[in-house]
Design a protein around this ligand. Structure first.
Ligand code: MN
Length: 324
């Protein structure tokens, strides 16, 4: 499962939370809600956990949607992806833990990512894209595990030019907790002065942390951002109030200046850490489009039908479906 590993003893370390300049004690965030992701099947049939199901959108803002895909150990010809489909008004972020994934879009972006890499697609005014396992994974089968996150764009940026960032595994920023017990892979944003490689349109932080069995992580966190902790695998506790969390559960944390997470004694705890400054703008979402008003949604559908979101390239890849 650990996508990128490193000896934490060799890495830069995060600071322990310290009192503010006026002497105010550091304030660890408490848990506002804990939810369990329902499990289902996406599109052609890969297993997903819908991490944000049942959580008020205001608590998630600026994040919209989070799927954990797998982990699944596919047999030959079982891996499935999506066919070509459109998006407008937000960004899709795909982070891969095990296996490989191919992406291609109508704006010229795309490529294959492997373990530890991230594809960051800014749909902006519109793209068509396809997300599918590569042919050799389809043929052989094998382990597949990843996440896809949807990040909203502010109203002023919804119709920007589409963009694509391929963030290879060796570009992720690695840092350690103050006690060396946790490896943090910072994909985007700022964490205690460290910067992730992903360029974002609204201030967010996205990281994958692995806590060693029994480790406790005290993580400085932007006070103006929300804080979401999703357990990818393992169990432990989260928040000042030490609420139990296990695989497939999401904790939304209340205000404060740092996060406290602890792993259970028996095995590591892998968590996804998400924080963003809320946009506080109206959200009109339907299927693959996320806009601010219903009229903008109707316009998105019309533009898609008229081919204004792009067309499938002549050399566009196709999903690998079977033995034929
Ligand atoms: Mn998509």
């Amino acid at each position: 499962m650990p996508a990128v590993t490193a000896d934490t003893l060799t890495l830069p370390r995060l600071h322990e939370p310290t009192p503010a300049a006026d002497g105010t004690a550091p304030r660890s965030r408490r848990v506002r809600s804990l939810t369990t992701a329902p499990e289902g099947f996406e599109g052609e049939g890969f297993p997903v956990r819908r991490a944000f199901a049942g959580v008020p959108v205001a608590d998630l803002d600026p994040f919209l949607h989070l799927d954990q895909m797998g982990a699944v150990d596919y047999g030959p010809f079982e891996p499935r992806g999506t066919d070509w489909h459109p998006h407008r008004g937000f960004e899709t972020v795909t982070y891969l833990l095990d296996g490989a994934f191919v992406h291609q879009d109508s704006h010229g972006g795309g490529g294959t990512i492997g373990e530890g890499a991230t594809q960051w697609m800014t749909a902006g005014r519109g793209v068509l894209h396809i997300e599918t396992p590569p042919e050799d994974l389809v043929v052989r089968g094998g382990l597949f595990h990843g996440i896809q996150l949807w990040v909203n764009l502010p109203a002023r940026s919804k119709m920007i030019e589409p963009a694509y960032q391929n963030l290879e595994a060796d570009r992720v920023t690695l840092v350690s907790s103050a006690d060396g017990g946790t490896l943090i892979r910072l994909i985007a944003g700022d964490l205690d002065g460290h910067q992730g490689p992903g360029r974002t349109h609204t201030p967010i932080a996205l990281a994958h942390a692995t806590l060693a069995p029994g480790a406790r992580l005290d993580l400085p966190w932007d006070q103006a951002s929300n804080a979401l902790v999703y357990a990818l695998e393992g169990n432990g506790t989260v928040g000042e109030d030490r609420v139990g969390i296990r695989t497939g559960q999401l904790a939304v944390l209340a205000d404060g200046d740092h996060l406290t997470i602890a792993a259970g004694e028996r095995r590591p705890l892998d968590v996804l850490l998400l924080g963003g400054r809320p946009l506080r703008e109206p959200v009109a979402a339907y299927g693959p489009f996320v806009m601010n008003t219903r009229d903008e949604l109707l316009e998105a559908f019309e533009d898609f039908q008229k081919g204004r979101l792009g067309v499938v390239p002549a050399d566009g890849i196709r999903p690998h479906r079977g033995r034929s």
